[in-house]
Design a protein around this ligand. Structure first.
Ligand code: KG4
Ligand code: ZN
Length: 351
């Protein structure tokens, strides 16, 4: 079975073709980072317009690498939510049009379920082992931060989540405070490599072992207070030290809570996913703690961690294999945030 996946929930327009075993035939992502960077966050109306421009070329590019092109496709999977409603609509309408014209089955996919199963995507030689079910997944992106217990594609449960900012959002906001541009996660990651993580004392958010929930706004505020009192460090080493200290505080709590979740649930397998899973500090700390606690750790390729359509196609294939179909597909679970309707510049979490 060859599934065409389409993703347009936020600021990436993506199309991919994937087999039901997770092997990727085509994977195309058009990023809108440059469109939104001047605003320091995703502008919903600009996102919808860029998706409109990109959606057909991206799908054509993905199909161009498939023997037989669209004629070889057996089914369509598309992100149906959560995300920006105008952005989602572009992908959903494109998917419905193709399904209608070619008489193909269509399934809607929850974007987060896509992330949770991205670890099964096969990209080639660098592929690592895949986890057995059930597993615990830490999903950390610009819009979401949660720990899941994953039992099957239709049996996933949140066991802990952020009460305010998403982890990626905290990285982006701190980077903005330090004048490092958007998105800031990769820049903080790079600077942190050269910094001393014990140089600046910052609060470890929600450190208590009693809850598996997170909170990142206090950590961000602590950095904001430092910047207000002392200004942005002008010295390169001092800037690197602050980035390393912030990163350590954020990463510690993410890894501690996810590994505690593994122990509590009696599930010694942890999967990382979402854009922040690219963070070198997070990967290193997760490897260290999992080794010490006897937990197997699975980290997908970076291209599978960030938003992509291959994960949507694969999660769609799981639904199709279970006999599920969504003829007459409609959107679900998009943000009820009224600011969206006013076209305000939003952080990713507010989608
Ligand atoms: O999953 P993603 O591509 O998009 C969604 O939010 O759905 O994640 C993007 C987020 C941004 O907040 C970005 O700053 C963060 O992931 N990010 C990182 C790194 N690479 C991307 N955060 C920390 N370290 C990184 N290396
Ligand atoms: Zn995502």
């Amino acid at each position: 079975m060859l599934v065409l996946g389409i993703e347009s929930s936020c600021d990436e327009t993506a199309a991919a073709v994937v087999r039901e075993d997770g092997s990727i035939v085509a994977d195309v992502v058009a990023s809108q980072t440059a469109v939104h960077a001047p605003y320091g966050g995703v502008v919903p109306e600009l996102a919808s317009r860029a998706h409109l421009v990109n959606v057909v070329p991206v799908i054509e590019q993905a199909l161009a690498t498939v023997d037989g092109g669209l004629g070889a496709i057996d089914a369509i999977a598309v992100t149906r939510g959560p995300g920006l409603v105008g952005a989602l609509l572009v992908g959903v309408q494109a998917a419905k049009a193709i399904a209608f014209v070619r008489g193909l089955p269509i399934v809607g996919v929850d974007h987060l379920v896509g992330h949770l199963f991205a670890v099964y995507l096969r990209r080639g030689e660098s592929d690592g082992p895949v986890p057995a079910l059930p597993y615990v997944a830490l999903l950390v992106s610009g819009g979401h931060t949660a720990i899941y217990e994953v039992r099957a594609h239709d049996d996933t449960r949140i066991v802990g989540q952020t009460r305010d900012d998403a982890a990626g959002e905290a990285f982006d906001k701190v980077a903005k405070l330090l004048g490092l541009g958007y998105p800031g996660g990769p820049v903080i990651d790079r600077l942190a490599q050269r910094g001393d993580p014990s140089a600046v004392e910052l609060p470890i958010p929600m450190a208590s072992r009693r809850t598996l929930d997170f909170s990142f706004s206090g950590l961000k505020t602590a950095v904001a207070r430092l910047v207000r009192e002392r200004g942005v460090p002008q010295d390169e080493q001092a800037l690197a030290d602050l980035c390393a200290s912030f990163q350590r505080a954020a990463v510690r709590v993410l890894v501690d809570k996810s590994t505690i979740a593994c122990e509590r649930l009696g599930v010694p397998r942890l999967v990382l996913g979402g854009g922040v899973a690219a963070n070198r500090g997070l990967r290193a700390r997760a490897a260290e703690v999992c080794r010490a606690k006897g937990i197997e750790l699975f980290i997908p390729d970076i291209a599978s961690c960030t938003d992509n359509a291959a994960m949507i196609a694969y999660a769609g294939a799981l639904r199709l294999s279970a006999g599920e179909r969504d003829d007459g597909l409609a959107l679900t679970a998009y943000s009820r945030n009224p600011d969206l309707r006013r076209g305000k510049v939003l952080s990713k979490k507010a989608r």
